[in-house]
Design a protein around this ligand. Structure first.
Ligand SMILES: Cc1cc2nc3c(=O)[nH]c(=O)nc-3n(C[C@H](O)[C@H](O)[C@H](O)COP(=O)(O)OP(=O)(O)OC[C@H]3O[C@@H](n4cnc5c(N)ncnc54)[C@H](O)[C@@H]3O)c2cc1C
Length: 420
């Protein structure tokens, strides 16, 4: 599939991306170093926030990105295959499909179901009373080596590495009781990133949401993907954690789609992205509300990661409308450190949980990222202007009202601070 093929023109993944850190693969030793940085980051969060904060990580820093691309292709092909075999066009999870549908089709096509590898493949499909959960379990894919056996030797090497990485990081985060957010990246990596993150959720989110996935609402398929993952977490009984963002790679995604001749994965307009953001949020809130009614309040935890005031306002209004209290601790807000404090501070004062993203790592690596953000992202600079005006206004208000040392009072506990 063209979309999952490396392209020289886009080898520099910073192409038209200003607001996300890019890691380039050097060698496995460098990946190990990156892993150490992430582990240190988890330690720092644990020390500084007593386990109430988050650590954010990027999968592309931990292995060969090409491997993520190949895994993404396997997932995309598996979805395509499902559609061809079953004739169902919708998502796998919402179709009432059992293995007998596959067996029947295999017989029609003269693919023997008593053949050992076909039988193992069928046995590795996971389903419950409502039908298939997914086409095959991820561990089945790796352990039985079913799809991998026809691939090059790097495959199994890389797959082994990737599963080691996800295990080590997840184990450590759980041990430190620090929640880990896995960043979303380009669409040619995202199916693999998302799938690995979901597998980590299944493993580590048995008592609370430790691992969070990220959903980019500028993508046409995000609502479907989010609904599927929510349904999986419900049916497979693990806690669900998600960060909702609009998405940071829009220009690159569009340019690549044009260059390679596949459909633009991004929504056609900003308004369509906002509509999808709101739709995703409503779906999460609807499920949170349903859980609340049966006393399962903490099953789903969401971060609204946006600098957009209307999005924040919309969320707060929807929460009120559905009777979801900030103190239910199921929804929090995230902004970058030094950005949009005029949004973060009032939210905190009003009792909502707010997190500031702090770039973490060696100074020489973090500074270029910060300066790129400051110089290249004009929409952020507009927001800074607004913040400056508001700060001046507040300074003036304090000077003229004699409240120079005024300290706003807040009486709340951040998400995760209480033990549940
Ligand atoms: C705490 C935090 C964590 C983040 N983590 C991630 C992450 O893991 N992965 C990631 O990709 N991004 C991440 N981002 C960045 C995020 O996706 C956005 O790029 C950024 O926040 C700007 O979106 P906004 O909602 O804040 O602001 P807005 O100014 O309201 O929205 C700008 C965004 O709208 C979308 N958009 C703009 N024009 C169009 C158009 N014509 N058609 C369709 N869509 C359009 C784009 O996504 C653009 O970035 C994160 C941001 C924050 C604050």
């Amino acid at each position: 599939m063209e979309r999952y093929t490396p392209q020289r023109k886009f080898a520099d993944r910073r192409y038209q991306v200003s607001s996300a850190r890019t890691y380039f693969y050097v060698n496995e030793a460098q990946c190990e170093k990156n892993m150490e940085t992430f582990i240190n980051c988890i330690d720092a969060v644990s020390d500084a926030t007593h386990g109430t904060g988050f650590a954010a990580i990027k999968m592309t820093a931990l292995g060969r990105p090409q491997l993520l691309m190949q895994l993404s292709e396997v997932i995309a092909r598996a979805r395509q295959y499902f559609t061809q075999v079953t004739g169902e066009s919708g998502p796998i999870l919402f179709s009432d499909i059992k293995t007998d549908v596959f067996e029947k089709r295999f017989r029609e096509e003269n693919i023997l179901t008593d053949n050992v590898s076909v039988r193992t493949w069928l046995d590795n499909m996971t389903y419950d009373q409502k039908g298939l959960i997914h086409l095959f379990s991820w561990s089945g894919l790796i352990d039985a080596n079913i799809l991998l056996m026809s691939q090059s030797p790097e495959w199994s090497y890389g797959t082994y590495d990737l599963s080691t990485y996800k295990g080590r990081r997840g184990d450590y985060a759980k041990q430190c009781d620090v929640r880990v957010m896995v960043d979303a990246e380009q669409t040619y990596f995202q199916p693999a990133i998302s799938r690995l993150t979901l597998e980590m959720m299944k493993k580590y989110n048995q008592e609370k949401a430790i691992v969070f996935n990220t959903y980019q609402c500028y993508l046409k398929e995000t609502f479907n993907n989010l609904s599927l993952d929510l349904e999986q977490s419900y049916r497979q009984k693990f806690y669900f954690g998600a960060k909702l963002v609009r998405g940071a790679y829009m220009e690159q995604e569009r340019a690549r789609a044009v260059e390679l001749g596949y459909e633009d994965p991004v929504n056609p307009s900003y308004d369509a992205t906002t509509e999808m953001y709101q739709e995703c949020l409503r779906e999460c809130l609807r499920r949170i509300k349903t859980n609340k009614l049966i006393g399962e309040t903490q099953r789903i935890a969401i971060m609204i990661a946006s600098h957009n005031e209307d999005t924040v306002r919309y969320t707060v209004n929807k929460m009120t409308e559905l009777g979801i209290d900030p103190l239910d601790k199921v929804l929090c807000f995230g902004q970058l450190l030094g950005m949009c404090d005029h949004i973060s501070l009032p939210l905190g004062q009003a009792g909502y949980s707010v997190y500031k993203y702090v770039p973490y790592g060696p100074v020489n690596e973090v500074l270029p990222y910060l300066s790129r953000r400051a110089t290249e992202n004009s929409s952020l600079l507009e927001k800074l202007d607004k913040e400056k005006t508001l700060l001046m206004r507040e300074l003036w208000r304090r000077l003229t009202s004699g409240q120079i040392f005024y300290k706003p009072k807040g009486n709340y506990t951040p998400v995760g601070a209480q033990k549940y």
